[in-house]
Design a protein around this ligand. Sequence first.
Ligand SMILES: Cc1cc2nc3c(=O)[nH]c(=O)nc-3n(C[C@H](O)[C@H](O)[C@H](O)COP(=O)(O)OP(=O)(O)OC[C@H]3O[C@@H](n4cnc5c(N)ncnc54)[C@H](O)[C@@H]3O)c2cc1C
Length: 256
Amino acid sequence: MPTPPHQSTLDLATRLKVHAHRCTVLTRRAISPSLVEIVLHGHAADLVGAPGNDVMVHVDDATDTPTRRRFSVRSVDEVADTFTLWISTTHEGPGARWARTAAPGDTVDIVGPRGKIPVDAVADWHLFVGDVSSLGAFYRMADSIEVPGRAIFIVETDDPADALTAPFDEGLGVTAIFVDRAGRAHDDATGLLSGLAAFTLPTDEGHAYLFGEFHVMRAVKTTLLDRGLRAEQISLKAFYRVGQANGANGEPSKDL
Ligand SMILES: Cc1cc2nc3c(=O)[nH]c(=O)nc-3n(C[C@H](O)[C@H](O)[C@H](O)COP(=O)(O)OP(=O)(O)OC[C@H]3O[C@@H](n4cnc5c(N)ncnc54)[C@H](O)[C@@H]3O)c2cc1C
């Protein structure tokens, strides 16, 4: 019999009205200088939700107080009962540490699915703006766009070799602008704003998905509003916030 998740994990899932399972690490590998890919086995259909959704991972077993971090689902293989996470390891934190050290055969408590930002089914084009931590979410969301559709990625990388591409359906129009961070701080919006300035927004109806650092995503949203997008065309999710660890809900503080 597989071991059930910790009681606190089961309680959290009950409160959130989602699932809790103990999954097994199948593989872990570095896929770029900043990104680690972890493939988890078990209960995939219960946990992965829709494109754009994430899971809460119990990343630290060392203390009685569970530390959980949220990571987007990059892809799912329902036949193999596996799902894949892409995790940024550019910084120090329990989530990054788990991603660096998880080994095949390790078990980990997962709560999911989480997340409320779906792919806009009627948008003519989809603009994804973020950094390496958002690539997994962006590529799964773009995988679900009906062709012919358009996906535009403006992504800041910590290392030029983080500019990972993905094989999308033939018929999906893809534009990708990777901006090298070039040593700028993670709360400096200059790079993404210059990437955005290099791109002319299409004139038909689109939707922008902004996933990344708290201050940077706010600056990007302001710029997009200034450039004529309506608020309802923009979905923003702060993934982390410079100088602060994420909270017990796996999210950065929203205090101004
Ligand atoms: C809905 C959702 C989905 C997410 N999906 C993903 C995903 O698919 N892949 C992914 O990599 N991340 C994802 N994140 C972000 C991830 O949960 C946070 O980066 C989290 O802070 C990592 O936990 P940690 O324990 O490593 O760092 P924490 O303990 O939270 O923070 C420690 C320090 O590191 C800094 N820090 C945290 N994350 C980053 C970062 N990415 N880059 C630079 N500095 C950082 C903090 O500012 C803090 O100073 C997601 C977040 C949310 C809310």
